[in-house]
Design a protein around this ligand. Structure first.
Ligand code: T46
Length: 133
């Protein structure tokens, strides 16, 4: 079973350029509580290395590209995010890592919940225990 669920967004572009619209419970499959973006990532830096107990998210590279690793405790898959029209759905209890950020990468994330540090599992062994129980 693939861990990678792409969210393909149709651009509403015309001869003037492109336009992407994101709507909760529409092309984003949950109610949106938060949006954040990651930029100015130094070359060679990797981020993530955690799972969330409940949070669901959709991630897009709206500029540049980066690689996501998703891991459900049994399988691990890598995907390249390289288009503002191509998002991935990151479900709860999926370990994620982000690698190989290009220069100028802007990673935008749409989240189903407000920020809550207690929702994070930042230890991989703890994640394996919880996801496999
Ligand atoms: C995720 C991946 C894709 C906040 O205060 N509010 C926020 O909404 C967020 C997202 C972070 N923070 C604080 C917590 C840390 O002190 O910002 C700092 C950096 O966060 P973190 O180290 O968790 O960043 P990443 O890039 O490892 O992970 C982030 C998200 O936290 C996470 O939910 O799924 O991007």
């Amino acid at each position: 079973m693939s861990l990678i669920n792409f969210i393909d967004i149709k651009s509403l572009g015309d001869s003037r350029g492109d336009l992407i619209s994101l709507e909760e419970n529409g092309n984003i499959p949950f109610s949106i509580k938060r949006v954040y973006y990651i930029f100015n990532t130094e070359q060679g830096v990797a981020r993530g290395f955690h799972a969330h107990k409940a949070l669901r998210q959709v991630a897009f590279c709206i500029a540049g590209q980066c690689e996501f690793i998703l891991d459900d405790g049994k399988n691990r898959q890598t995907v390249l995010l390289d288009s503002p029209t191509k998002g991935i759905l990151i479900e709860h209890m999926q370990w994620r890592e982000m690698h190989n950020f290009s220069e100028g990468c802007i990673l935008m994330v749409i989240a189903s919940e407000h920020y809550d540090e207690s929702d994070y599992i930042r230890d991989y062994e703890q994640f394996l225990r919880e996801v496999n129980q």
